[in-house]
Design a binder for this molecule. Structure first.
Ligand SMILES: C[S@@+](CC[C@H](N)C(=O)[O-])C[C@H]1O[C@@H](n2cnc3c(N)ncnc32)[C@H](O)[C@@H]1O
Length: 337
């Protein structure tokens, strides 16, 4: 059996080439240890700029294990501060009090860099997830290559990472949509950090309500006799590039997001909101969903909606998110439609 130190050290060695490339493109946040594939299921270690974030998802690290992780990174990356967030139970992260010095580090706002774009980062904040999902880096990079002069719609925008990257790359108009005001406020801070000529718009709205209006399907004020909560009114319009990255499941008065059973409910209006000749990037992070079968279902839905998928390009996460079987849980496909 390998020791934890051996596994961490093997993961560092496996990233040697990638880290040189990431530094060259002005990126200082990446996954250092992807436990599910690299030997400790439920343990991840990420670098976010000047900090290291250790997270446990299945069970808390024992004191000895945490000391071993700390010891390894103190020896190899002594300039970085480390924060440990145990996420194995609801609220365990909050119950697990940090030493005072570490608490101060954890609540500090730091700027991190990815592909020359700045983002705000805080190791501990009110939400659970870090403010930048690192496995989406390859997709943000691809969006930056494609966005100059284009109008971009970023759905389920969270902290607007994709939208801010598109604006930085010269998009002519960017609209981020999410129903979490606190996530959008981080998105606004992200936009401010970057000197972008196009200030991305952050729309506080249910995605279903926004998409139905933008696509021209329309959002009724009452559905099956029930009055809908208030929602911002939008004119129908199409975008050159639409980015669709929903959570696995979420339910609101406007609809159910269910990536396993009903991706179509989102795909159809997202497709109708994409200009003919434009691009639609779709994500599905449910490990059990087979990529090829999912892509075939998207193509069939496109035909039903009277549109065509002209070509499809897979965007694979960078090598800091290795997958044992070549089938990464996060599937991202760029469709020319
Ligand atoms: C996994 S995150 C998306 C990550 C994001 N695409 C990124 O680039 O980091 C899911 C987001 O969907 C939002 N969300 C879930 N259901 C929604 C709905 N019906 N309408 C609007 N936002 C929703 C959540 O608030 C959350 O910010």
């Amino acid at each position: 059996m390998s020791t934890l130190t051996e596994l961490l050290s093997r993961a560092t060695a496996a990233r040697a080439e990638l880290l040189v490339r990431l530094a060259a493109e002005d990126t200082n946040c990446y996954r250092l240890f992807h436990g599910s594939v690299e030997g400790v299921s439920g343990l991840t270690v990420d670098r976010y700029g000047e900090q290291i974030l250790v997270q446990s998802f299945h069970k808390p690290l024992s004191e000895e294990e945490l000391a071993e992780v700390r010891g390894y990174y103190q020896a190899t990356l002594p300039e970085l501060a480390l924060v440990y967030n145990d996420r194995s139970e609801a609220n365990s992260r909050i119950r697990n009090a940090l030493p005072l010095a570490e608490q101060a580090v954890a609540e500090q706002d730091v700027a991190i860099r990815e592909n020359g774009v700045s983002f705000v980062y805080q190791a501990r904040h009110k939400g659970q997830d870090p403010w930048l999902f690192l496995d989406l880096r390859a997709a943000r990079r691809r969006v930056m290559q494609l966005s100059a002069g284009k109008s971009v719609l970023n759905l389920f925008a969270y902290t607007c990472g994709v939208g801010v990257a598109a604006a930085k790359a010269g998009a002519s108009f960017v609209l981020n949509v999410d129903f979490s005001e606190s996530s959008l406020s981080v998105g606004r801070a992200n936009a401010k950090l970057n000197l972008v000529t196009t200030r991305p718009r952050c729309l506080h709205s249910d995605v279903f309500a926004a998409l139905r209006q933008l696509s021209g399907i329309g959002q009724a004020e009452r559905v099956r006799g029930k009055k809908m909560p208030p929602f911002p009114k939008l004119e129908a319009r199409q975008f050159d590039l639409v980015f669709l990255d929903p959570p696995r499941y979420s339910k609101s008065p406007f609809g159910v997001v269910d990536l396993v059973n009903d991706y179509q409910a989102l795909f159809k209006p997202a497709l109708l909101t994409t200009a003919v000749g434009g691009m639609l990037v779709c994500c599905n992070n449910v490990a059990e969903v087979d990529g090829e079968a999912w892509l075939e279902s998207l193509k069939r839905s496109a035909v039903k909606a009277g549109r065509e998928v002209r070509s499809a390009e897979w965007i694979v996460p960078d090598a800091d998110f290795p997958s044992g079987d070549g089938k990464p849980p996060l599937k991202t496909v760029l469709l020319h439609v």
